[in-house]
Ligand binder design. Structure first.
Ligand SMILES: Cc1cc2nc3c(=O)[nH]c(=O)nc-3n(C[C@H](O)[C@H](O)[C@H](O)COP(=O)(O)OP(=O)(O)OC[C@H]3O[C@@H](n4cnc5c(N)ncnc54)[C@H](O)[C@@H]3O)c2cc1C
Length: 273
């Protein structure tokens, strides 16, 4: 299976335990369940598998984003058709509203109704609320130190903090500057507030394997022999990213492999009949 580390519980689940994935921009401070910052380069949106391994070693099944209202407005996108009414409905006017200020409607709704979101106007209160949600795992003093240390680096023009450097670098591209990456600022800057913390859960979404096939989509038995009359394509046969793009398959490359393997299998079947 392909897992994500930025899952939140859907406030209006379509099925039992329905998780939604945040597609994050690079600015949120990522803390493990105890409040320790994740090591470089495990920043939001960087390396899902390495982040997954790191978090799993810690023994807890959640982590935290700490951010501001200014960051959530620009950097949070949600994955899934019902969370993107502009794209799903091909509504260009709604799509254009992404450039304007304010959080997109679906993100704003999570902020107000999501079980995994807490907000506060000061860090102390935010940490209290995180501790209440975190099931006793959070070390408040450690988390506070991480926020203060990160804020200090934002004010240093020559910082060696790899995440701050990456944020500054991303903003050199106009597209990211316009709709994806917030201007670097202190998390405790009251003008950027309120402060927000999001408890992130592990989310299982895509299959990287299943029915083993040969390269024309013919299903194979556990002994590697062709099983006559059975074909498999797409995610069910591991071609949704895992098969065609390797184990660390790139984001957004699942659909291509599914379509391509379907075409290959379809052509092979056509030749047979
Ligand atoms: C929220 C989300 C976001 C994603 N975002 C991206 C992305 O941005 N880029 C990307 O490349 N990939 C993305 N993916 C992955 C990609 O969408 C899937 O890998 C791909 O759609 C799988 O295609 P498929 O045809 O193999 O399977 P599916 O699209 O799952 O099709 C299987 C079909 O079989 C039907 N079915 C199941 N059981 C039966 C049965 N017993 N009888 C008859 N029919 C049955 C199902 O209803 C379904 O229609 C995303 C996936 C999800 C869930």
């Amino acid at each position: 299976m392909w897992h994500y580390t930025e899952g939140i519980a859907n406030h209006s689940p379509v099925w039992n335990l329905h998780g939604i994935r945040i597609l994050p921009g690079p600015s949120s401070l990522w803390l493990d369940s105890t409040g320790r910052r994740l090591p470089a380069p495990l920043f939001p949106g960087f390396d899902t598998l390495a982040t997954m391994e790191h978090l799993a070693r810690g023994g807890h099944d959640h982590s935290w984003f700490v951010l501001t209202q200014r960051i959530i407005e620009k950097e949070f996108a949600l994955s899934g058709s019902e969370q993107n009414p502009d794209l799903t409905g091909k509504d260009l006017r709604l799509l254009a509203s992404r450039v304007r200020g304010g959080a997109p409607g679906p993100v704003d709704r999570f902020l107000r109704e999501g079980d995994d979101f807490v907000t506060a106007s000061d860090l102390d209160t935010l940490l209290d609320r995180m501790a209440a949600l975190g099931g006793g795992a959070l070390d408040r003093r450690l988390a506070e130190r991480e926020v203060v240390a990160r804020d200090r680096e934002v004010e240093n023009a020559f910082t060696k903090d790899a995440q701050i450097a990456a944020i500054r670098d991303a903003r050199r591209y106009r597209g990211d500057r316009l709709i994806r990456v917030a201007p670097p600022h202190r998390l405790q800057d009251p003008k950027a507030g309120p402060l927000i913390a999001v408890k992130l859960r592990l989310l299982t979404r895509k299959s990287l394997g299943g029915i083993e096939t040969d390269l024309s989509g013919r299903a194979l038995t556990p002994h590697g022999e062709v099983l006559p009359g059975l074909w498999a394509a797409g995610e069910a046969s591991g071609f949704g990213g895992g098969g065609m793009h390797g184990y660390r398959s790139l984001e957004g490359t699942f659909l291509g492999g599914c379509l391509f393997s379907g075409r290959v299998a379809g052509r092979a079947i056509a030749r047979m009949v």
